[in-house]
Structure formats: structure tokens, C-alpha cells
Design a protein around this ligand. Structure first.
Ligand SMILES: *[C@@H]1O[C@H](CO)[C@@H](O)[C@H](O)[C@H]1NC(C)=O
Ligand SMILES: *[C@@H]1O[C@H](CO)[C@@H](O)[C@H](O)[C@H]1NC(C)=O
Ligand SMILES: *[C@@H]1O[C@H](CO)[C@@H](O)[C@H](O)[C@H]1NC(C)=O
Ligand SMILES: *[C@@H]1O[C@H](CO)[C@@H](O)[C@H](O)[C@H]1NC(C)=O
Ligand SMILES: *[C@@H]1O[C@H](CO)[C@@H](O)[C@H](O)[C@H]1NC(C)=O
Length: 764
């Protein structure tokens, strides 16, 4: 009897639990085919969206979208989402995804700095361009948003200055022309936000959004620096351009329903460029909200610039790869912040630091490796609560990079009583030095130096060291160097498109900061700074966004693809003062187009590229046809049933008029052909548009050994501006083992301009 009752009780409990699971709601983005809207709704799409939602669910609608997406986001159960997907007029019901900011501050603090005096020219004023920055908001009191000397806001601008926690609608001006926030998706997923910890308004509690938006278009601010480091005049890439901020990223991340709402508003408001220093998992284009929103932006002549990600130096780590997005990797500047670690054996190693407090004594202090001062198996990482105070008190502690934030390791050492820290790169970071405003005397050192210092500590019975922080050093060579953290190709989603497109400064970048957080972003950091130095592709992306604003203003007739083409074909892949390739900070060896795409951006040349590879909506639809996307998937991306693939047409990704080439050969049965085996020829077709004077261009193409390149025709004579000429390029190669990669370069030149495209070859 007893037993039966208990079983019953268990059963009841199980049923209750199951019911709760079934009823759990999550956020979905519902894409609708506007053309399928019943006539009874007239022009009222919102009413149709609402009725469609109510017919399957009592869940809440978060946003109705109208500009970059036709549809809405809502809270649905899994079953309701399935029912919704089966309804007439519904194209897709995509689960919400969470995107992350492309700074390594969490989990590993990275930084970026804008306003490199002299690095970018002041050509073009861009006062007629508004750049929309989708990020963590803005600190409007920063001098970077002073609007002195700027004309009134263009009358076509439709943006808004939304008031909220600690943010007045009067915070906007002629520089900061819009500020909105989007948190419906965030709160639906995470619960009501803690307004003591974050501002329910466009105010930036983090610093990231203030940094990126001031890098895009910050006004010139004299005597800017972080504790005296990198001092000089800080200014954005397009100091006359306007900025509108769309706060879509919160403490808990950036939710796709909020990102889409931000993009929807930004395009409707009239932004000419969108800057997104964030990314998510590589879903296909029809499920990636940033890709979908960017497609509509492109269609409305808005250039979308996104960060490539900080998941390098591993290959195939790149994000934001849609061909209608400009994908930006990161390189170093010719500026450094040296710190010297001198050991008791007389050896002296150079590292990097932005530490600004009381110096370590010049008398040598004992030094210990964290792995030997910890009760944890990962003690070398200086994770919270892993250092033994008796072993580190008064000593310099050597910690390895990885897992936790670099600045947090310093805090752990300080809290355990350590006097200083040597932060050693591991093989993954190589020789790349990312500077931090540590809370204790500290120096970051390369993997080689770290290994040597640890060897000394292990071999000397009483090892000692001093750390001296030496300030700012300029004219550092070689530079730029591809940042180790910068995400790399090949492109896993569409191997026939080379990504990233380009690199720009993203290491140790100075730009404006929030008053709500210290330079390290750690809660324990009570320092407040007007400018901060951080690193990441989050920081390189806004450099390109600002340059795109300058180009838009200088060449208003150019499409987003033409602007990207100009930036790419004029980029350089040789480093200052030396022949050869750009180097890779991770290895010290030459980098490849998988690391830097077309190369490092060269703003002066980008304004006069000679020729451009142009692209428009129908080209990108053809690209989706070549990928065999279904009509529904194409309508989800392109929002119109009228775009489609013709049954009798042959589509090829190779013919997308992209300014770079990626030739993906397949290795038959995973086996390389023997010598004398058959060759495979892949032909790409391209069309160049003359955007300069009349002239004859000649081609020069080189490729890796074993690949023959032939271009037809080899001369293109342009008689007028706007004229288009096509050519084909064929790549003939014998099969190579799977995993082989190689590179080449194709350049059209009239003696004055060189229109250069990188080529990547892969065998899979
Ligand atoms: C907003 O404006 C009011 C009235 O002008 C002022 O008292 C308040 O300090 C302002 N708040 C902020 C955050 O600027
Ligand atoms: C270490 O080297 C740097 C750069 O060469 C030099 O400026 C510094 O004085 C040296 N420190 C010691 C203790 O030798
Ligand atoms: C390891 O050491 C820390 C610091 O002394 C201490 O708080 C922690 O309890 C220790 N953990 C173990 C497992 O001994
Ligand atoms: C750490 O301690 C072990 C065991 O005492 C020793 O063999 C090793 O050399 C030490 N390593 C360092 C870097 O001090
Ligand atoms: C392809 O089909 C369309 C309509 O189905 C027709 O108008 C067109 O002429 C065809 N093109 C070719 C090359 O057959």
C-alpha cells in the first residue's frame, strides 16, 4: 500500500516537472513573407504579426520589425514555435542566439585605441554621414562627443535620444545624434535587469561602446592619454562624422532579438554605415541575425562593418563571414609600451605594461612561478583562490596567460600579497604583447621570454627580479603585425569566399572610456579614466567603419561593395621598412591572406582605387542560389519572395564579383592524385568598374608553385568613368593532399593604380 502510494506520488511529481519543461518559453525570431499578408490587414503589418502570434501562443511579442526584417520576435514554447513555422506566410522561426562582444576582456581582456595621429588622413569630412554603432551604449560626457564646429544635424536624420537610467534626452548633440537602447530580448531571457548594476538607458556601463564609437568618429581631444601612456591628440577616424549609438549589449551578452531591433532602427533612422564589434556562432546565413540584418542594410546602401573575432590564432576561427559584410581582423600599431624584467642572473627581457602606480623597488625582489605557489593543478594560470599567500608574499609571481582575464590574474597576485607579476604568453599567443593597466606592477612578456624567465626561476636557488615600466615608445618595427588573437580563415561556412576582408589597428588602442568602470573593467578597479587602451577586433572594426564613412562622403555614388573593394584592393600586405609579407604575431613568421585578407587598410590610397569590383542585391541572391538555398531560405535572408533562382541558369559562387579569390579544390576520395594525375581548372569571372580616369590596365598574376593562372583578356582599356569590363581568371592545378593551402595575387595596374586581389587555394 505504502509503496503504491509512493509510486503515485513520484508519478505526479514527474508529470508536473514534464509539464513545466514543455511550457518553458524562449525567444524566437519569426520571419514573415509580407507578400502573403491577407488583404484584411491593409497596410498594418503589426496587426498581422500580432494576430499570427495570438493564433498559436499567449506568449509576449518583444519586437515587431519592419526595416531589416519583416516579422517579429516573441516568447514561444518549442511546440508553439513548430506550429508557428507551419503557418501560412511564415518563412522561418529561428531560435534567438546570443552574440558576444569581440573584446577579450571577458574572458580575456583585450583592448583597442583610436585616434592615431597621422595614421589616417583627414580627407573627406563625412559630416553628412551617420555611423550607427551597435554596442554597450555611450558615455556622452566624454570630450570625444563634443560637437564644436559641427553643422546642424541633417534634416533627413530620424534618430532619437532615448532617456532612461542616468541618461537624459538632452545628452545628444550635433556629434552624438542618436542614442537608443534595446533590452526586451535580454530581459525576456535573463529576467529583469539589476538597475543597480547596469543602466536601463543608452548609458555605457562597460566602456566598450564608448571606445568603439569614439574610434569611429570621436572629435579631436588634445592631451588625451591613459595615465600618461599614448599621450597626444585622440580623434576618431572620421572626426566630422556623426555617431548614433544603439545599445544592444548588456552584462549578460547581446541577444539577437535586440540586435535586430537595433539594426532595424539604425537603418530606418538613416545611418550610412553600421559598426558591429560583436559576433556569434557560425550558423548559416538564414539563421544568423547579424547576416540577415546586414543584407537589408546593404540593400538600402548601408555598409556594415563587423569584427572578425578574437578566436585566433587557430585556423577557421573567423566569424561574420557573409559576403555582404565587411569583415575586419586586427593588426598592431607602430607604438609600444615597454616594461623591462631584469633577472638576478643579469639578463634583461623586454615586455609590455600600462601599470601606472607606485613602482616596484629597484632592489631585486624574490620571484616565483605561480605553479609552485599554488595548491591547484592549474596554479600557473593564477585563477582566483589558487595562490598560497605564504608562498607569494612580497614576491614577483610569474603567471601564464589563458582562461581568465589578464588583469584579473594581477588582482589575484595582489590579493595574495604578491609585489608584482610577470605575465607570460603561452605558445598560442606567441610574441604578441597586449598591454594592460594592471593593478600591481606587472609586465606581459612573449612566450620566448616567459620560457627563459621560468627556466631561470627553476634553476636558481634564490631567484630575483625587478620590473621597470618605461612608458610609450613609437616607431616600433616591424609593424603592423597580424594580432595573434585575430580570427583566421579559411571560411568554414563558404570556403569559396576569402575572409577576413582586411585588417586594421586593433592592438593597444587609445579611445574614450566610460565613467562607470575602471580601465581594467574589474569591480576592484576603482580608478576612473577618460581614455583607455584596449585591444581586439572590436577595436579594428570601428577604424574601418570610420574610414567607410569618409569614403561614403567623398564618393557618395559608391555602393557598400564599391567602398569595401576600394579598401581591399588598395590594402598593403608588406610591412614598413622591409620586403616580404606582413608577419603574424603568433609565430613571428609571414602571415597569409587567411590572416589578413587583402592586407592592412591604407586609407590614403583607398580614396583613389582606379577600379572597383561592384556588387548589388541580385549578385548576392545569385550567390545564395549557388549555395542551393531554398526559396524560403532566400526569402528569409532577402525579405522578398520576388528574389529567386531561375531553373535554367547555372549559378556559381566563383562568379560572385568579390575583390578576392578563394579557390577550394576537393581532393578526390581524400587521396592526392599521383604525379601525372589529372588537373582541375576552376574559372572565376569578374567585372571591374572604372571609378577613375580613362586608362589601360594590364594584369599580373602569380600563384603558389603547381598552380597555373591564366587571365583573359590581359588588358582592359577604359575610356570613361563608370565603364565596366569583364575578365575571366582560370586556376589550373594538380590534386594536392587534403589540407594543403597556398596563395597568390592578381593585380591590375595602369602604372598609377594597382588593383590587387589576394588568392587563396585550399584542398579538402
Ligand atoms: C538630466 O536633466 C536634469 C534636468 O536638466 C538634471 O537635473 C539631471 O542632472 C540630468 N541627468 C543627467 C544624468 O544628466
Ligand atoms: C634593460 O633593457 C632596456 C632596453 O635595452 C634598458 O633601457 C634598461 O635600462 C635595461 N635594464 C637593465 C636593468 O639593464
Ligand atoms: C588552496 O589555497 C587557497 C589559498 O590559500 C585556499 O583558500 C583554498 O582553500 C585552498 N584549496 C585547497 C583545495 O586546499
Ligand atoms: C617548481 O617546483 C618543482 C618542484 O620543487 C621544481 O622542480 C621546479 O623547477 C619548479 N619550477 C619553477 C619554474 O620554479
Ligand atoms: C530561362 O527561363 C526564363 C523563364 O522561365 C526565360 O524567360 C528565359 O528565356 C530562359 N533563359 C534561357 C537561357 O533559356
Amino acid at each position: 500500500m505504502m509503496l503504491v502510494a509512493m509510486r503515485l506520488l513520484l508519478l505526479v511529481a514527474a508529470v508536473v516537472v514534464a509539464a513545466e519543461v514543455v511550457e518553458e518559453r524562449a525567444t524566437y525570431i519569426v520571419h514573415m513573407a509580407k507578400s502573403a499578408m491577407p488583404a484584411e490587414y491593409g497596410e498594418d503589418h503589426g496587426e498581422w504579426y500580432g494576430a499570427s502570434l495570438r493564433s498559436v501562443s499567449a506568449g509576449k511579442m518583444l519586437y515587431a520589425y519592419d526595416t531589416v526584417v519583416h516579422g517579429f520576435s516573441a516568447r514561444l514554447t518549442e511546440r508553439e514555435a513548430r506550429d508557428m513555422a507551419a503557418m501560412d506566410g511564415v518563412l522561418a522561426v529561428n531560435p534567438e542566439t546570443r552574440y558576444e562582444l569581440h573584446t577579450t576582456r571577458t574572458p580575456e581582456f583585450l583592448g583597442i585605441a583610436g585616434g592615431e595621429e597621422g595614421l589616417f588622413p583627414q580627407s573627406g569630412t563625412a559630416a553628412d554621414v551617420v555611423v550607427g554603432v551597435l554596442d554597450t551604449g555611450v558615455w556622452p560626457e566624454s570630450k570625444s562627443y563634443y560637437d564644436a564646429g559641427l553643422d546642424v544635424v541633417p534634416s533627413w536624420w530620424k534618430g532619437e535620444c532615448m532617456a532612461g537610467t542616468g541618461f537624459n534626452s538632452s545628452a545628444c548633440n550635433r556629434k552624438l545624434v542618436g542614442a537608443r537602447f534595446f533590452n526586451q530580448g535580454y530581459e525576456a531571457a535573463m529576467g529583469p535587469m539589476d538597475t543597480t548594476r547596469e543602466s536601463q538607458s543608452p548609458r555605457d556601463d562597460d566602456g566598450h561602446g564608448t571606445h568603439t564609437s569614439s574610434t569611429v568618429a570621436g572629435a579631436a581631444v588634445a592631451d588625451a592619454s591613459l595615465f600618461g601612456f599614448a599621450s597626444g591628440t585622440a580623434r576618431g577616424m572620421a572626426p566630422k562624422a556623426r555617431v548614433a549609438v544603439y545599445k544592444v549589449c548588456w552584462l549578460g551578452g547581446c541577444f539577437s532579438s535586440d540586435i535586430l531591433a537595433g539594426m532595424d532602427a539604425a537603418v530606418a533612422d538613416g545611418c550610412g554605415v553600421l559598426s558591429l564589434s560583436l559576433g556569434g556562432g557560425a550558423a548559416d546565413y538564414a539563421r544568423d541575425s547579424v547576416a540577415i540584418g546586414s543584407f537589408a542594410a546593404m540593400e538600402q546602401n548601408v555598409l556594415v562593418s563587423c569584427s572578425a573575432g578574437n578566436a585566433g590564432p587557430g585556423s577557421s576561427t573567423i566569424s561574420n563571414v557573409a559576403p555582404w559584410i565587411t569583415t575586419v581582423g586586427a593588426g598592431t600599431l607602430d607604438r609600444d609600451f615597454p616594461a623591462y624584467v631584469s633577472l638576478g642572473n643579469g639578463k634583461n627581457y623586454t615586455g609590455v605594461s600600462l601599470y601606472s602606480g607606485k613602482a616596484v623597488p629597484t632592489t631585486p625582489l624574490p620571484i616565483i612561478y605561480a605553479a609552485n605557489a599554488s595548491n591547484s593543478t592549474a596554479g600557473n594560470l593564477c585563477m582566483p583562490g589558487t595562490l598560497t599567500p605564504e608562498k607569494v608574499a612580497g614576491k614577483i609571481v610569474v603567471c601564464d596567460r589563458g582562461v581568465s582575464a589578464r588583469v584579473q590574474k594581477g588582482l589575484v597576485v595582489r590579493d595574495a600579497g604578491g609585489a608584482g607579476m610577470v605575465l607570460s604568453n603561452t605558445a598560442a599567443n606567441g610574441q604578441e604583447l597586449v598591454a594592460d593597466a594592471h593593478l600591481l606592477p606587472a609586465a606581459g612578456v612573449g612566450a620566448k621570454e616567459g620560457t627563459a624567465i621560468k627556466a631561470y626561476v627553476a634553476s636558481d636557488p634564490n631567484p630575483t627580479a625587478t620590473i621597470v615600466v618605461a612608458g610609450t615608445q613609437v616607431n616600433v618595427h616591424p609593424s603592423p603585425v597580424v594580432a595573434a588573437f585575430s580570427s583566421r580563415g579559411p571560411n568554414m561556412l563558404t570556403p569559396q569566399i576569402l575572409k577576413p576582408d582586411i585588417i586594421a589597428p586593433g592592438v593597444n588602442i587609445l579611445a574614450a572610456w566610460t565613467g562607470k568602470a575602471g580601465p581594467t573593467g574589474l569591480a576592484a578597479d576603482t580608478r576612473r579614466v577618460g581614455f583607455n587602451i584596449i585591444s581586439g577586433t572590436s577595436m579594428s572594426c570601428p577604424h574601418v567603419s570610420g574610414l567607410a564613412a569618409l569614403l561614403r562622403s567623398a564618393r557618395p555614388e559608391w555602393s557598400p561593395a564599391a567602398i569595401r573593394s576600394a579598401l581591399m584592393t588598395t590594402a598593403y600586405s608588406t610591412y614598413t621598412g622591409a620586403a616580404g609579407s606582413l608577419l603574424d604575431a603568433a609565430t613571428g613568421a609571414p602571415a597569409t591572406p587567411f590572416d589578413y585578407g587583402a592586407g592592412h587598410v591604407d586609407p590614403t590610397r583607398a580614396a583613389d582605387p582606379g577600379l572597383v569590383y561592384d556588387l548589388g542585391t541580385s549578385d548576392y541572391v545569385d550567390f545564395l542560389c549557388a549555395l542551393k538555398y531554398t526559396p524560403t531560405m532566400i526569402a528569409t535572408v532577402a525579405r522578398s519572395k520576388s528574389y529567386g533562382c531561375a531553373e535554367n541558369k547555372t549559378y556559381s559562387v566563383a562568379n560572385l564579383n568579390y575583390p578576392s579569390f578563394s579557390v577550394a579544390y576537393s581532393t578526390a576520395n581524400g587521396q592526392a592524385d599521383q604525379d601525372g594525375g589529372a588537373t582541375t581548372t576552376v574559372t572565376h569571372r569578374r567585372t571591374l568598374t572604372n571609378v577613375g580616369a580613362a586608362g589601360t590596365y594590364k594584369v599580373d598574376a602569380v600563384a603558389m608553385p603547381g598552380v597555373t593562372v591564366s587571365v583573359e583578356p590581359t588588358d582592359l582599356a577604359f575610356t570613361s568613368s563608370g565603364e565596366k569590363k569583364s575578365y575571366t581568371v582560370s586556376f589550373t592545378a594538380k590534386s594536392q593532399p587534403s589540407g594543403t593551402a597556398g596563395f597568390g595575387r592578381l593585380v591590375w595596374s595602369d602604372g598609377k593604380h594597382s588593383v590587387a586581389s589576394p588568392i587563396a587555394f585550399t584542398w579538402t
